[in-house]
Structures are given as structure tokens and as C-alpha cells.
Design a protein around this ligand. Structure first.
Ligand SMILES: Cc1cc2nc3c(=O)[nH]c(=O)nc-3n(C[C@H](O)[C@H](O)[C@H](O)COP(=O)(O)OP(=O)(O)OC[C@H]3O[C@@H](n4cnc5c(N)ncnc54)[C@H](O)[C@@H]3O)c2cc1C
Length: 376
């Protein structure tokens, strides 16, 4: 097999599926190659839901991109007729001078966002499931919600294919090479040529981009669901917001109860580094659950038994910001990786940015802070 495309997209997870869609709707001949079956749970884009929020604690520079992402998710909903995003307020909380809360404030200030400052007692009055030390503060923003992550990936893939994209599951890329006029890509099934290559390999990016000089750390993260039992009304999204809390015991975040599994909760960062994304233990172990309990007992007391868990991977860059750039040595190759545990919400916008980079080598969207060169 030896076929030629305008663009090959390496890895069809969150970012790759969006890129295939955007290129296909621009009329490009696209091939998306995914090593696992399409819409799988062995990478970083699974586990039912993902938070999307506007007052971005990580850096105000993300706010324009998240606004674009909202637009593109709503557009994808319209195009497919599928429900992908549920609006839900997001509560950010922490002790005085918490880096997370200060980060949210910086984005609110810089972009004049609507957000409400709350004291600990105001938070518990409004959301009775929480309990905080008296000096904690919170910022509540309404321009937030959660995305149905697998549905989003599926919607991008289905839409891309209906526009003519070829997307192959269970076809692993074993190597790529820059050649005259483009790239040659080798897989376990054959060889393909394209003018451009977009690498959206998630946790496998480290291996595929060895010459990029970016050290990415892969972490095993867990998503855990806990029963809310007879208090079910207290955990519905009209009484319980999305939340992200920075505490002395670690940063954690959670979702209201939206189904019979109860509330979903997870720790952010802090997991040990994995030497290899293929060596992950995909099973939840007792230690995963016991590590979560102290935070729940302290800040959301009385939550019930563990009901379900899923393992997922973070791919973390040295400064926790994304890497989205044209490959410094090969202008026909673009890369997007190092999403550092907060990338999914942006996938719909990243698809547009990567399509721009593949077509023209540049984009009108502000991605300067994601340059690969910043680590050199
Ligand atoms: C537990 C957890 C919670 C999170 N919560 C949030 C959140 O609330 N909000 C948010 O915005 N983000 C969140 N994130 C982060 C977000 O999910 C990720 O940043 C995002 O999904 C990364 O997408 P990706 O396309 O880079 O990776 P993936 O979706 O993993 O896609 C990479 C794909 O490339 C494929 N691939 C790799 N190598 C090859 C090869 N050689 N050949 C073929 N295919 C290949 C992989 O199989 C994979 O499908 C969370 C992540 C985790 C793990």
C-alpha cells in the first residue's frame, strides 16, 4: 500500500480528531492514523467528562483560545445534533494567596470576566456539601461547564469521515521521515506519503518527537466516582458546582453527580512519573482510593463508597503549558503535545490552529506562549 494525502494526522485522540475534522471541512485530503480502536480508553481522552472554564488560572493567555473552543464545541453540536457540553458553574477555591485562586483573579482582571468572589461561609451557604476553613476564598464563574469527552472525540471523527477524511483505527505509526515534498509515514500496515504531517500523539509524543528537545513527563492519573446516597439532591448541578481546589493536601477537582455512579473527583498532578506510556496499570488499586479520601473527608465530608474508577494519562511539559508549533527542523510537520492535564477543553480550537499550521505554517490565533523553542 502506498498512498498520498495532503495531511496525515498521527494519533486520533482529542486533538487529532479535531484536526482531522477541521482539515476535512477545508477540503483537504486527510488521513488520520490511530494505534488503538477509535474512541478508546488507553490514552488521555476518556472518562466521561472534562471541565471547560473561562477564567483560566494557568495563565490569562489561554482565555481567547477557550472562547474560541466554546464557539467550536457549540458549532460541532449544531453540525452533529449531539449534546456535547453541559453548562455548569465552576468554583475555584483555596487558602488566602492560593496560586490557583490568584491565577483565576489574574484572568478575570485581564479579560474583564464575570466572576463572583465568595467567602468560605458564603460558599457553604450556597453549596452545602462543602466545608472549608474560615479563611478560604472562592471564585465562582458561570462561563464554565463539562464536555462529554468520548462523545466529543466521536463527533469530530464522524464529522471528519462524513466530509471525506480517511481515519484508520488499529493502525500504529512505526516511523516518519521528512522527504522531498513532504513526509513518508510507515505503519504496521503500510507506507503513506503526504505534503504535511500533524503529530498529536498524546503520551506517546515524547518518543515520536525525540529531536524536539522538550522533556515531557507522563503521569498515571485516576478518575474516581463516589456514591452520594440519600444526599443525592445536594450533589446535583443546581446545588453542587464543578470545582477546583488548591489545598495543603494537594490540588483536586470534581464534578456534580450526573448519573448513578455519584460524584466524580480527581487529584491534579502529584502522580509518579511513568517511564513508558505502554506500561501503565489501567486498573484502579486500593491506594488510588485511599489517597483521595483525606481530601474528601476534609472538604466534602460524608461522601459515600467508591463506585467506579478509570485510569488516564497526563503528559506534562516542564512549565505545564502546551506545546503547539511547527517542528523547528521540519516545516512540513506540526506538533501539539504536553497538554499537561488541562488540554481537552481546547481540542476544538486546537484542531483549527493545527489545520492553520498544516496549511500555511502560521495561524491568526495567539499561540506564541506554546512555542517549542521556549525550552531550548
Ligand atoms: C484524568 C484526567 C482528567 C483530565 N481532566 C481534564 C479536564 O477536566 N479538562 C481539560 O481540559 N482537560 C483535562 N484533561 C487533559 C486532557 O484530557 C488531555 O490534555 C487531552 O485529552 C489530550 O489529548 P491528546 O489528543 O493530546 O491525547 P490523546 O487523546 O491520548 O490522543 C493521542 C492519540 O495518539 C495515539 N497515538 C500515539 N502514538 C501513536 C502512533 N505511533 N500511531 C498511531 N496512533 C498513536 C494514541 O493512541 C492516542 O489515541 C484530563 C486528563 C486526564 C488524564
Amino acid at each position: 500500500m502506498n498512498q498520498t494525502f495532503d495531511v496525515i494526522v498521527l494519533g486520533v485522540g482529542g486533538m487529532g480528531s479535531a484536526t482531522c475534522f477541521e482539515l476535512a471541512r477545508r477540503g483537504r485530503r486527510v488521513l488520520g492514523l490511530e494505534q488503538f480502536p477509535l474512541v478508546h480508553s488507553q490514552g488521555s481522552s476518556h472518562g466521561h467528562t472534562r471541565i471547560i472554564r473561562t477564567a483560566y488560572a494557568e495563565h490569562p493567555g489561554y482565555v481567547p483560545l477557550v472562547r474560541l473552543a466554546f464557539e467550536r464545541w457549540y458549532e460541532l453540536e449544531q453540525l452533529t445534533g449531539r449534546h456535547l457540553l453541559t453548562e455548569c458553574p465552576c468554583l475555584n477555591f483555596g487558602p488566602p494567596k492560593s496560586e490557583h485562586v490568584e491565577g483565576v483573579r489574574a484572568s478575570v482582571r485581564e479579560h474583564k470576566l464575570a466572576a463572583e468572589e465568595l467567602t468560605a461561609s458564603q460558599i457553604t451557604q450556597r453549596f452545602p456539601a462543602f466545608k472549608f476553613p474560615a479563611d478560604y476564598t472562592g471564585i465562582l464563574e458561570q462561563a464554565a461547564g463539562f464536555l462529554y469527552v468520548e462523545e466529543c472525540v466521536r463527533a469530530h471523527i464522524d464529522s471528519a469521515m462524513s466530509l471525506g477524511a480517511e481515519i484508520h483505527g488499529e493502525e500504529a505509526i512505526t516511523g516518519w521521515e521528512a522527504v522531498d515534498g513532504g513526509v513518508r509515514v510507515t505503519t504496521n500496515r503500510g507506507t503513506y506519503h503526504a505534503a504535511k504531517l500533524v503529530i498529536t500523539a498524546g503520551a506517546w509524543a515524547t518518543r515520536l518527537l525525540a529531536d524536539l528537545g522538550v522533556r515531557l513527563v507522563v503521569m498515571r492519573q485516576t478518575l474516581l466516582w463516589f456514591a452520594v446516597g440519600s444526599r443525592t439532591a445536594e450533589f446535583r448541578r443546581n446545588r453542587f458546582p464543578l470545582f477546583i481546589g488548591e489545598t495543603p493536601g494537594g490540588t483536586f477537582y470534581g464534578f456534580p453527580a450526573i448519573d448513578s455512579h455519584g460524584m466524580k473527583i480527581a487529584r491534579h498532578y502529584g502522580a509518579p512519573e511513568l517511564p513508558n506510556p505502554d506500561g501503565v496499570n489501567w486498573n484502579i488499586v486500593d491506594a488510588d482510593i485511599t489517597a483521595m479520601r483525606p481530601l474528601m473527608d476534609e472538604y466534602i465530608p460524608g461522601v459515600g463508597a467508591f463506585t467506579k474508577g478509570q485510569v488516564c494519562m497526563y503528559t506534562v511539559s516542564p512549565d505545564h503549558h502546551f506545546v503547539i508549533d511547527v517542528h523547528p527542523a521540519h516545516p512540513q510537520v506540526s506538533v501539539a503535545c504536553g497538554f499537561s492535564g488541562h488540554g481537552f477543553k481546547f481540542a476544538s480550537a486546537v484542531g483549527e490552529v493545527l489545520a492553520d499550521l498544516a496549511e500555511t505554517g502560521t495561524t491568526r490565533h495567539g499561540i506564541g506562549m506554546f512555542s517549542a523553542k521556549r525550552f531550548r
